[in-house]
Design a protein. Structure first.
Length: 95
């Protein structure tokens, strides 16, 4: 199926395929609405927690993780998890 056919069938204009402005605008409006209501402190606390997590991640001495072998262990764990996820995506039925 060609792209023009899909566009015609879905009645999308090519410029709208990758335009995320409406979705982002809705999220921004929702954030502002929540922030202005009673949930202001929850939104602000979430921003602060995310900010602190980023700072901690940036300040983590990565060399120490490599030297102690923890990075290799983490990499192995990620690889095992990746294999498990890939196995879940394989069909289990026979043709």
């Amino acid at each position: 199926m060609s792209l023009p056919t899909v566009m015609r069938d879905t009645q999308l204009v090519g410029q709208h395929l990758f335009d995320h402005t409406p979705v982002v605008r809705i999220e921004i409006e929702r954030f502002i609405e929540r922030f202005e209501k009673n949930e202001r402190h929850r939104e602000f606390d979430g921003i602060l927690r995310a900010s602190h997590a980023l700072i901690e991640a940036a300040e983590t001495p990565v060399e120490a993780l490599f030297n102690t072998g923890k990075m290799q262990s983490l990499t192995n764990d990620v690889n095992l998890l990746t294999e498990r996820i890939q196995k879940l995506s394989e069909p289990t039925y026979a043709k």
